[in-house]
Every structure is written in C-alpha cells, then in structure tokens.
Design a protein around this ligand. Structure first.
Ligand SMILES: NC(=O)C1=CN([C@@H]2O[C@H](COP(=O)(O)OP(=O)(O)OC[C@H]3O[C@@H](n4cnc5c(N)ncnc54)[C@H](O)[C@@H]3O)[C@@H](O)[C@H]2O)C=CC1
Ligand SMILES: O=C([O-])CC(=O)C(=O)O
Length: 312
C-alpha cells in the first residue's frame, strides 16, 4: 500500500500564515506550501526554508515550500486563506472589507484553478463576509468553504475562565456563536469547568466581565501589539480545524458555516456549532436557545449582513 502525503496550502505568509504553516509542520499534518504575492516571494521562501531547518531539531519530516506560483498548490487537500490586510489600533475588522474582498476574489480564482476538489478554510477579516465571498467566487459546495472564528473566540473565553477559577484550561469548555465581531454570543449556559456549569462557579457580574473581554479579545491584542493583530491563537485555532478535516475526526467545533434555514437564518455565513470531518462541515448542530440568546444571535447576524451589503 502506498501512503500519499497530504498537501496543505497556506495563502499569505504574514504573521498568521507563517505561524499556521509552522504549527502544521510541527504536527506533520501534511506537506505545506506557503504562497504570497510575487513582491514577497523571497521572504516567503526564506520563511519556508527556516521552518524546514527546524525539522531536524524538532523531529518533524514536513516538506515546506515558499512560493508565489499557484501551480505549486496543485491538488491541495486543504487550502487556508490568511492573505490580506490586518487592522491597526482604532480600526474595526469591518474597515478591511473592500481591500480584502479584492484579495479573496483573486486568490480564490487561483485556488479553484489548481485544486478544484479542495476544502477552503478562511481566516481573513471581516471573516464572516470574506468566507461568503470565497463561497460565491469558488462555486464550491457550502460544506467545503469554512470560516474560522469560534474556535479562537472560545479559546479566549476558556483562557479567561481558567484564569478566574485558577483551573486548567483543559477542563474549561465553552461555545461562542455568531459573527466575529463585538456582538458575538458567548453561550455561558453551555460552558463548563470539569463538567460543572460555570454559572454555579462564577458570579454573574464576573461572568459578564469575562463575556465582555471575550467579545473585545481581538481589539485587546491589537492595542497591545500596536501594528497588527493576533496570530498565535488564531493559527492554533486554524490548525485544530485543519486537523479535524485532514484526519476525518468529526470534531464538534464552532465554524463559520453557510446557513440555509438553521437558526432561522438564510443566505448568510455565521459562527455555529458544527461537525468537522473529511467532507468539511458534515453537520450543523442546532442548539436550543433562550429568547435572549436568539435576540443576541440575530443582532450579531444583522451586523454581518450590514458588512455583506458593502460587498460588490
Ligand atoms: N478570523 C480570525 O479569527 C482572524 C483573522 N485575522 C485576519 O487574518 C488576516 C491576516 O492577518 P496577518 O497574517 O496578521 O496579516 P499580515 O499583514 O501579517 O499578512 C498578510 C499577508 O497576506 C499577503 N497578501 C496580501 N495580498 C495577497 C494576495 N493577493 N495573495 C497572496 N498573499 C497576499 C501579504 O503580502 C502578507 O504577507 C487579516 O485580515 C486579519 O484581520 C487575524 C487573526 C484572527
Ligand atoms: O482582531 C483582529 O483584527 C484579528 C482577529 O480577528 C482576532 O484576533 O480576533
């Protein structure tokens, strides 16, 4: 039996793209091709070579390629889009829409040309609208175009809860629904520490503060960094989703998925609980929501729709 190595292409060799590529390489999830614009070809090749040279020390066997030629991405099993611009202090993610929509259109055309059967994971912001753009441009079935926000937002929530309770992050679970913006919906009712509902462990006032910090988690990092946005936790989130897809794990993870009736919404990409496996989004899980949670989710969806109205 011959073993075929998987191939993962990461579009964009900036902070998130390079960090994602390195984490993918360390986990040996497949060979990694990193693509950036021609003006950035040498730094992209340099990053790929530098990462490959960590292999002997770290004990990974991943082949890494840096390129500006999409022919190198041919027949990728998974493509991760991180290309585009990031926000700076004072900006919202939505301020990036016009520039990044153009980037999504051009990179999607190349991806589809060289890997017509691949699955695409989108990170670029504003990510709900950018995932929709990639879906439309690619013509792919909805289950093969997926956006990342909920794994990251939930990871932030879990970090803050673990800190509050002085417990292992491993024992804290949560679920953040909705768009990747200030009105995302951390579902406290579905969040636990070691199986114990958080509402019985943390006061309402402290939980409200943690929810608020989670909603503004991206901006907190943007303000600290001063010249760009988060990349370690976003890359880790992408790699968890990539692993679920490449290894057909059927993980229950929040994804930005195309809704056609689920949660009473239509024609919109939004963060919801999903089952991720080799077919991409294999199922959307519909949680029972209270009236308040439904109202919050609708508000978040309305914000995403406002950004979608700007799309051309
Ligand atoms: N969805 C999420 O949870 C998160 C989204 N992001 C978003 O990810 C995106 C990337 O962030 P960073 O990596 O920090 O930015 P960065 O500026 O470090 O890197 C972006 C890279 O994209 C490249 N690029 C631009 N146009 C391209 C094209 N047409 N083809 C190929 N490459 C192209 C640039 O040359 C640059 O190397 C931003 O839009 C950011 O807002 C970042 C973190 C979390
Ligand atoms: O805040 C940003 O611009 C980047 C991002 O989406 C995040 O870190 O959540």
């Amino acid at each position: 039996m011959t073993f075929k190595r998987k191939k993962i292409s990461v579009i964009g060799s900036g902070f998130t793209g390079a960090t994602t590529a390195f984490l993918l390489a360390q986990k040996e999830l497949g060979d990694v091709v990193i693509v950036d614009i021609p003006q950035n070809e040498n730094p992209t090749k340099g990053k790929a070579l530098d990462m490959a040279e960590a292999g002997p020390v770290q004990g990974f066997d991943t082949r890494l390629t840096g390129t500006s030629d999409y022919a190198d991405t041919k027949d990728s099993d998974l493509v991760i889009i991180t290309a585009g611009i990031a926000r700076k202090p004072g900006m919202s993610r939505d301020d990036l829409v016009q520039t990044n929509q153009k980037v999504m259109k051009s990179v999607t055309a190349e991806i589809v040309k060289h890997s017509p059967d691949t699955t695409i994971l989108v990170l670029t912001n504003p990510v709900d609208a950018m995932t929709y753009t990639v879906f439309k441009e690619s013509g792919f079935p909805k289950e093969r175009v997926i956006g990342q926000s909920g794994v990251l937002d939930t990871a932030r929530f879990r970090t803050f809860v673990a800190e509050e309770l002085d417990l292992s992050v491993k024992d804290v679970t949560g679920f953040v629904l909705g768009g990747h913006g200030d009105d995302m919906v951390p579902l406290v009712r579905y969040s636990y520490a070691g199986g114990i509902p958080l509402e019985t462990l943390i006061s309402k006032e402290r939980l409200d503060a943690i929810v608020d910090r989670t909603r503004k988690g991206g901006a907190e990092i943007v303000n600290l960094l001063g010249n760009g946005s988060a990349y370690y936790a976003p890359a880790a989130a992408l790699v968890e989703m990539a692993e679920a897809i490449l290894k057909d794990q059927r993980r229950v993870l929040p994804s930005i998925a195309y809704l056609e009736g689920e949660y009473g919404m239509n024609g919109i990409y939004l963060g919801v609980p999903t089952v991720l496996g080799s077919k991409g989004i294999e199922q959307i899980i519909e949680l029972e929501l209270t009236e308040d949670e439904k109202t919050e989710l609708q508000k978040s969806a309305d914000s995403v729709k406002k950004v979608m109205e700007i799309l051309v």
